[in-house]
Ligand binder design. Structure first.
Ligand code: GDP
Length: 206
């Protein structure tokens, strides 16, 4: 898929203030500092579309971008920074749960996992929660340029092994590096495939 246009639409705190659910939507989530902004910028081919941060704890908003005037890309606030106050965490949980469970045009949630690390409890807790909620998702292992291929493969394998104890079926996953610009095309192809399916369903139910 060629990205002809990518524009920031707005930032929201409440689901009912989000743009009209009239286009297929894809959301990205992960621990803060996982490389989410860098991935969004790589996917859209825009240097500063999503704001990259060196300090965790950016504003906790749901950020919308419209791509090719056809679909929404959603940047969800990151989880898992240890210093966040309990009240801030609870607010995050309420906002995210409501968005993920109720947003009717959300086609796929991309959960970003840092490929440099062995399985982390908060990532596993989060994907297991998605299972409880029956939310389809895809995993993206980020920063694959940082370790050797075999270290990255080992971390991915361990993460999948951990998931197996909770899951009957394992989700699809991708590997990316924003530094080497790898992993972009397969993700955009998946989104394109979903967009075509969504279009077919929408035209059957106008
Ligand atoms: P976010 O907080 O999840 O949005 O993460 P950012 O995109 O702001 O990235 C956090 C840090 O990781 C920044 O210093 C980025 O330069 C770095 N980073 C992001 N993606 C990659 C990657 O693929 N490879 C490497 N080596 N560093 C990355």
């Amino acid at each position: 898929m060629t990205i002809a246009s990518a524009e920031y639409t707005g930032s929201y705190i409440h689901l009912d203030k989000c743009p009209k659910a009239d286009r297929p939507e894809y959301a990205f989530i992960g621990r803060s500092n996982v490389g989410k902004s860098s991935l969004i910028n790589m996917l859209t081919g825009r240097k500063n579309l999503a704001k990259t941060s060196s300090s965790p704890g950016k504003t906790q908003t749901i950020n919308y971008f419209i791509i090719n005037d056809a679909w929404y890309l959603v940047d969800l606030p990151g989880y898992g920074f240890a210093k966040a106050a309990r009240s801030q965490r609870q607010q995050w949980e309420r906002m995210i749960e409501s968005y993920i469970r109720k947003r009717e045009n959300l086609i796929c949630l991309f959960v970003l996992i840092d490929s440099r690390l062995s399985p982390q409890k908060n990532d596993l807790d989060f994907v297991n929660e998605l299972g409880e909620w029956q939310i389809p998702f895809t995993i993206v292992f980020t920063k694959t340029d940082k370790n050797t291929q075999s270290e990255t493969a080992g971390n991915i394998k361990s993460f999948m092994e951990k998931m197996k104890s909770h899951w009957e079926f394992l989700p699809q996953y991708f590997q990316t590096s924003a530094v080497k610009k790898t992993g972009r095309i397969p993700i955009l192809e998946l989104i394109e495939e979903y967009n075509i399916r969504f279009g077919a369903i929408a035209s059957k139910n106008p």
